[in-house]
Design a protein around this ligand. Structure first.
Ligand SMILES: Cc1cc2nc3c(=O)[nH]c(=O)nc-3n(C[C@H](O)[C@H](O)[C@H](O)COP(=O)(O)OP(=O)(O)OC[C@H]3O[C@@H](n4cnc5c(N)ncnc54)[C@H](O)[C@@H]3O)c2cc1C
Length: 405
């Protein structure tokens, strides 16, 4: 096979939705002469809109996860399984835990955000992310309740759309008679509205669905401390719990500001209209980790849309062409799963609930993820053995042999 040469190195840190979208597009339309490398601690990336459906038992783990080494093979990119922990933007190097540093010409970040650990005792709670880890924990917990006939009082801290969907999914999964009377699901939130950014009618429908599923909703219940026996509110009330799950507002990874990138007051990477770091234009950032102009709610949909612009702008940068500004698309419809086979749809101030909307959400989510599952992997681009070399870095070299060299 004739070897290809590359002149520009692009390193993608994190298997977030924006990078998945970029790699999917790159697979169809690669830029010659550029080499992509994806760095991710996990070999699979979960599609978060389908997570509540997986908890509720509608999807298997594999249905909602994208195999990152396979996606990289389809895109002719290298895959390095590692966690990044420092960037030197001047020297254009990124440091990885337990792996050699990588050099880059351009870098992109889609590392998401993690639940906020500001509440004292947070280390005792179970974070919802990484999704794969949470899922393993959930399987063990359910098995324990099922086999040992143990009672279970679960508290979900955080009443955003994710917390609300999670509470209904857990309740629905534990609805069977075998668990009945032994399981209690509590949703705790500091504000009153849940999900906060949905219109009034959708919130009323969500309250009705939660009541139907026996989710105990605690508005104005700001958790001040998490202990092994339960949680305390800032007004001194105590709620006994066997386990607390963290679905609170997210926080930024601290290593990005420590690397010298311009960040906002919450530590998220400040990007310009073209999704480039405001301090280092050869570094891009998309998804939850990016702080883009305009006050857009962070979501998987937003991350995906940014991924499409990232692809265009990365190609334009590599080919020294004009970049295009990111134009957030108006989200005319939002869908919230309600555990079983019900979903709420909100269009502006109008909302409705029912099984037909769940089928619509299921169809849209499956259609999106199937584009990854069905992506062809051309054998001429990267063979299995070449890829294996690429994903196993040598001990000394700073640059790993390329899959496409
Ligand atoms: C229960 C739940 C339901 C949700 N439902 C919806 C929904 O229906 N619709 C919607 O639009 N949004 C939904 N969201 C919100 C959505 O999950 C996030 O907004 C979205 O995941 C953000 O995507 P991202 O690409 O920024 O990062 P993520 O999806 O969080 O991915 C980040 C990736 O980066 C990797 N990473 C992290 N640190 C490093 C590092 N140092 N080095 C290398 N890699 C790293 C992680 O392992 C991870 O794979 C939901 C969230 C939850 C919790």
């Amino acid at each position: 096979m004739q070897k290809q040469t590359h002149s520009q190195d692009v390193v993608l840190i994190g298997g977030g939705h924006g990078h998945l979208e970029l790699l999917r597009r790159w697979a169809r339309q690669p830029v010659r002469g550029a080499r992509l490398t994806l760095v991710s601690p996990q070999a699979q990336s979960g599609y978060s809109p389908m997570v509540p459906g997986m908890i509720a038992g509608h999807y298997a783990h594999a249905d909602i996860h994208i195999d990152l080494p396979r996606l990289c093979r389809a895109a002719g990119a290298r895959f390095v399984q590692a966690c990044a922990h420092h960037i030197d933007p001047q020297a254009k190097r990124v440091s990885l835990l337990g792996q050699p540093d990588l050099s880059f010409d351009y870098l992109s970040l889609a590392v998401g955000a993690s639940p906020c650990y500001r509440i004292p005792g947070s280390e005792l709670a179970i974070p919802i992310k990484p999704i794969g880890q949470f899922y393993r924990y959930w399987e063990q917990l359910r098995e324990q309740v099922y086999r040992k006939h143990q009672p279970l009082k679960l508290g979900i801290i955080g009443g955003g759309a994710g917390g609300c969907e999670l509470a209904m999914a857990l309740s629905s999964a534990l609805e069977e008679p075998v668990y009945s009377g032994r399981v209690e699901i509590h949703l705790l939130q500091s504000g009153k509205k849940t999900p906060a950014d949905y219109p009034l009618l959708a919130r009323r429908l969500a309250a009705r669905e939660m009541a139907r599923l026996n989710v105990k909703h605690h508005p104005h219940w700001r958790v001040a401390e998490i202990t092994a026996r339960g949680v305390y509110s800032d007004e001194g009330q105590f709620l006994a719990l066997d386990r607390a799950l963290l679905c609170t507002e997210s926080s930024a990874p601290p290593w990005l500001s420590q690397s010298g990138l311009a960040v906002d007051e919450a530590g998220f990477v400040q990007v310009d209209d073209y999704l480039r770091s405001c301090s280092h234009p050869h570094i891009f950032a998309v998804g939850d980790v990016a702080s883009a102009p305009g006050d857009r709610p962070k979501s998987a949909t937003e991350s995906r849309n940014q991924g499409a612009t990232l692809f265009e702008n990365l190609c334009a940068t590599l080919q020294t062409q004009r970049l295009q500004p990111y134009r957030p698309r108006r989200q005319w419809q939002r869908l919230l799963s309600c555990g079983g086979t019900h979903a709420i749809a909100a269009w502006g101030g109008i909302a409705a609930v029912g099984p037909a909307l769940w089928r619509l959400k299921d169809y849209l989510d499956r259609r999106y993820i199937n584009q990854f599952h069905q992506l062809p992997v051309p054998t001429s681009r990267v063979t299995e053995s070449e890829f294996a070399t690429a994903s196993a870095p040598d001990q000394h070299g700073e640059k790993i042999p390329s899959a496409v060299d």
